[in-house]
Design a protein around this ligand. Structure first.
Ligand code: MLZ
Length: 458
């Protein structure tokens, strides 16, 4: 599986035109390249763009924006959209006005115009007076934001995909657009040297940590099996280098003083293995630095191996009653049903307390996403895959993402600040493979059911 969008003939421009839907603007994605610059990018900007057929530059106007992609109309065509072209502003073929002159490139009037514009010099002057263009440092900023503090051979601690309650040492193999391909240190190699167990996540993912993190906060870590030799894989040929806290995103500091989460307290939590479900859950263990281990009520195996570590500031843990007040269907423990379940009764029955509301980070961050917006999003159950997706719902800072062409059982709740969601055109800029929608969209109006799709870890 895993099909490249370009090979499959997928094109964001025509896909969006067909569906009539909009892409989420780059300014919604705070970790994305050029997010901070995006206020200066708008419809009406003029740019110099390379004509790939003639290898010459000409001037064009942005007539539409979808993510990083701009629909350009060449100067001279005015209301004629027949030659409009989609262009990724993050790639190097689009420049501010004046760039050609500075770089000794020819700005050449395309053949087609010779007939109908007689005095094109004064025509152009008229069109350019008062026009705005890309910031001069646009591509420099772009390159800066793609710099990444990780390289092949860096060691990290990352969630163990075979047992989510513990971490495992891993080595960075590949970095694309800030996303890391990690190889578990004893992941094993197949008969032809292929890696049997890898894991992908963005360098700012909450699942990846510097060396020493597990021990410091009291999280369990799998011991590397020294008998498994990874020596024949190139990532292990490097002088391995331990990653340090400075390379990672700083989390909101939480004060763990007098009132903090306590073992046994109840809450609502996104099920780490079925990310479309928000479930009745319990705090199982309190670690240091604001981390807690959470178990999903009624389905725990009992040995703690299915607990999951969330930071107190995580979007994935919510106070009791959150689903009800936001009209989200809460996934109940087996044996309970929606007509009879109430939190008050449940807390009474189980003799437990609800975790105090103020411990949760449900701050509304004013994110700008709205239902229907398209984006490129990681399928966190197969985190190698960046897929064509749609925002289905927005609840506080949570977004319910739908993967185009896939059933509602694949939907996932993610934080609006998740580093695993990207603007339309991100894959094209970074060279990451984009997964196109498979097949046509399933019939609309179908509500997701609360059933587990698969109990397969990631
Ligand atoms: N092997 C998996 C791929 C699912 C990928 C879905 N991405 C939205 C399956 O077919 O179940």
């Amino acid at each position: 599986f895993g099909q490249d969008a370009i090979l499959a003939g997928f094109d964001w421009g025509s896909y969006l035109e067909k569906s009539g839907l909009l892409a989420a603007p780059v300014s919604c994605f705070r970790h994305a390249p050029l997010c901070a610059q995006w206020d200066d990018i708008y419809v009406g900007l003029k740019v110099e763009v390379l004509n790939t057929h003639t290898a010459l530059y000409w001037i064009a106007t942005v007539v539409q924006l979808t993510g990083y992609k701009a629909l350009l109309r060449h100067e001279g065509f005015e209301d004629d959209d027949s030659h409009d072209l989609w262009c990724n502003l993050g790639t190097a073929d689009v420049h501010p006005i004046g760039w050609s002159a500075l770089n000794n490139k020819l700005l050449v009037l395309p053949q087609e115009f010779h007939q109908h514009i007689k005095d094109w010099k004064s025509y152009l002057m008229k069109r350019l007076v008062g026009a705005h263009t890309l910031p001069v440092d646009f591509h420099v900023k772009m390159a800066d934001s793609l710099r990444c503090p990780f390289r092949q051979g860096f060691r990290v601690e990352v969630v163990d995909r075979s047992q989510v309650s513990r971490t495992h040492l891993a080595v960075v193999d590949t970095v694309i657009g800030g996303r890391l391909r990690l190889l578990y240190e004893d992941g094993g190699l197949g008969p032809s040297g292929e890696v049997l167990s890898d894991f992908w996540c963005h360098m700012q993912s909450p699942l990846v940590h510097p060396i020493g993190w597990s021990e410091r906060v009291g999280h369990s870590i799998k011991k590397t099996d020294e008998n498994v030799n990874m020596g024949s894989h190139p990532a292990f040929h490097k002088v391995l280098q331990n990653s340090v806290p400075d390379q990672f995103k700083k989390l909101k500091t939480v004060y763990m003083g007098n009132t903090f989460f306590e073992e046994g307290m109840k809450l609502e939590a996104v099920d780490p293995l079925n990310l479309g479900n928000i479930c009745v859950a319990s705090v199982r263990k309190v670690l240091l630095d604001g981390y807690i281990m959470v178990g999903i009520d009624g389905v725990e195996i009992g040995d703690g191996s299915d607990w999951f570590c969330y930071h107190a500031s995580s979007h994935a843990i919510l106070p009791v009653g959150y689903c009800e007040s936001n009209d989200v269907s809460l996934t109940l423990p087996p044996g309970y049903n929606h007509t009879t379940f109430t939190w008050t009764k449940y807390l009474e029955e189980t003799g437990t307390l609800a975790a105090p509301r103020r411990l949760f980070n449900t701050d509304d961050v004013g994110h700008g996403f709205t239902p229907g917006m398209k984006l490129e999003a990681v399928d966190l159950m197969e985190p190698r895959l960046v897929c064509v997706a749609t925002v289905r719902r927005c609840v506080g800072r949570l977004l319910l993402l739908h993967f185009d062409g896939w059933g509602p059982e694949f939907d996932q709740w993610v934080d609006c600040l998740s580093p695993e969601i990207y603007p339309v055109g991100w894959c094209e800029i970074t060279g990451y493979q984009l997964q196109p929608p498979i097949g046509p969209e399933p019939p609309q109006g179908q509500e997701r059911s609360n059933t587990s799709k698969k109990a397969k870890p990631f």
